[in-house]
Design a protein around this ligand. Structure first.
Ligand SMILES: CC(C)(COP(=O)(O)OP(=O)(O)OC[C@H]1O[C@@H](n2cnc3c(N)ncnc32)[C@H](O)[C@@H]1OP(=O)(O)O)[C@@H](O)C(=O)NCCC(=O)NCCS
Length: 153
């Protein structure tokens, strides 16, 4: 497992948009999430290698709305470490549920979230048709629905 150091990004610091855009092609949606939540960054040595954004959505509920690992460092356990970090942040906030959503075509993301303890709770049908102009294809599957998952803390 790769060694990382995770810290909260201050509001006046440079946002790692290049990373966040790996997880979400919409800059407008990313900016909206950043206004409403906190961005955490993971360093390998001096460089930011991964990031996530978590927001408080409802009382006792937070949502992990973006998570991305630099392509060079994917598959080394960093994504998993960040998800577990987000769960700890939520626990410190005395939150009871952490939610996450991913595309029906995001096979490895669905595997990863379930390996971290998330369970499928619903489907937001046509989410990606309604909210994204461009057609998204992954693993040869069109991304149309958002699979909603959550973990009880
Ligand atoms: C998704 C992402 C954050 C994962 O981060 P990562 O550091 O590459 O992932 P990790 O190495 O921590 O873990 C991957 C885990 O998923 C598992 N996994 C991945 N694909 C899998 C598959 N098809 N079937 C089963 N397990 C799979 C791996 O086996 C590993 O689990 P393990 O530790 O138990 O072996 C990263 O690939 C990324 O930034 N992707 C682009 C942005 C993105 O899609 N973000 C999420 C939007 S919902």
């Amino acid at each position: 497992m790769k060694d990382i150091t995770v810290r909260k990004l201050n509001k006046d610091e440079k946002i790692p948009y290049d990373l966040l855009l790996l997880a979400d092609p919409s800059i407008h949606i990313i900016e909206d999430y950043l206004k409403r939540g906190c961005c955490y960054v993971a360093y390998i040595d001096e460089n930011i290698a991964a990031a996530y954004v978590i927001i408080k959505t409802r009382p006792l509920t937070m949502e992990l709305v973006n998570i991305a690992v630099n392509e060079k460092f994917q598959g080394m356990g960093i994504g998993k470490q960040l998800i577990l970090h987000a769960i700890e942040v939520a626990k410190e906030e005395k939150v009871k549920v952490v939610e996450v959503g991913t595309g029906n075509s995001s096979i490895s993301q669905l595997a990863l979230y379930q390996k971290c303890g998330f369970r499928i709770v619903g489907i937001d049908r046509d989410f990606f048709i309604k909210h994204y102009k461009e057609k998204i294809i992954e693993n040869g599957i069109q991304c149309v629905d958002m699979i909603r998952l959550s973990i009880d803390l």
